[in-house]
Write a protein that binds this ligand. Structure first.
Ligand SMILES: Nc1ncnc2c1ncn2[C@@H]1O[C@H](COP(=O)(O)OP(=O)(O)O)[C@@H](O)[C@H]1O
Ligand SMILES: [Mg+2]
Length: 256
């Protein structure tokens, strides 16, 4: 589904991502782990068009994506969330998700302004889809809240709901469990598993919570100082000496 070869980028003298090969198979949950500053978010930025690699390339569903704009890549079905919560503070939860559908609206602007037939049909469709996603993410009771008034854990879920509204085939989640309490973390695990089983969406996850990563992942890729140091099944990776060394050497941190 996704194949990256030799992705590299430096900031000044710092090699943030260096020669990384990565593939994602359709239907899997793949986790990307590694100590703080390992280059995980930078790799997401390279894959989703927010950064252009110095070298290397990536293909999504057989199409080159390196050098394309973020909105083009999202429209192809590769959609990401951000490590820092990124939601509409001043819009209601319901409107936010409806806005999230905008890339997929087909009514032209004239039709929307006069509330013409295509627009009305689409609005009904979007209302139904919005409700479904809110129900799916457990946000239905919060529909009328402004984004900024949601509890933190619900804001994190809203960011996922917004990503789902863009209809991804591959969803990239950047540390979705950060700041969640154990109950919320459990809810999140269920939602991620359902994203795959019900919507059939493939998931690439950056996560610091080891319990979550081990329980949910089919495969794990480990980055350290910008390089891939290990990949494999969770049980293999967990006992890999290079991985243990990377975490112990830098101190295991559970924060972002
Ligand atoms: N836009 C940027 N400019 C300069 N340095 C950056 C930038 N983005 C990330 N870095 C640096 O690149 C390294 C990798 O960062 P990041 O990808 O955010 O790590 P991770 O997500 O694994 O914690 C860090 O040393 C970080 O400070
Ligand atoms: Mg990061």
């Amino acid at each position: 589904m996704l194949e990256a070869r030799g992705l590299s980028i430096s900031f000044g003298g710092l090699k943030a991502v260096e020669g990384v090969d990565l593939f994602v198979k359709e239907g899997e949950i793949l986790s990307l782990i590694g100590p703080n500053g390992a280059g995980k978010t930078t790799l997401f930025n390279l894959l989703t068009g927010f950064l252009k690699p110095d070298s290397g390339e990536a293909l999504f569903l057989g199409q080159p994506i390196t050098g394309r704009q973020p909105h083009e890549i999202a429209a192809m079905g590769l959609v990401r969330t951000f490590q820092k919560t990124n939601i509409f503070a001043e819009a209601t939860v319901k409107d936010s998700v409806a806005i999230g559908f905008h890339t997929r609206r087909h009514a032209n602007i004239g039709d929307i302004l006069v509330n013409g037939p295509t627009s009305r049909l689409e609005k009904r469709f979007i209302d139904g889809q919005t409700r479904e996603i809110l129900d799916f993410t457990g946000l239905l009771p919060w529909s009328e809240y402004l984004g900024k008034n949601l509890p933190y854990g619900k804001q994190r879920l809203l960011a996922i709901a917004l990503a789902l509204a863009a209809k991804p085939t591959l969803l990239l989640l950047d540390e979705p469990a950060t700041g969640l309490n154990p109950v919320e973390t459990k809810e999140l695990i269920d939602i991620i598993l359902k994203i795959r089983s019900i919507y059939g969406i493939t998931v690439l996850l950056i996560e610091h919570n080891m319990k979550l990563v081990i329980s949910i992942s089919d495969r794990i890729v480990v980055l350290n100082f910008g390089q891939k140091i290990a990949e494999g099944r969770p049980d293999e990776v967990a006992k890999n000496p290079a991985v243990i060394e990377a975490y112990l050497g830098r101190g295991f941190r559970n924060a972002s």
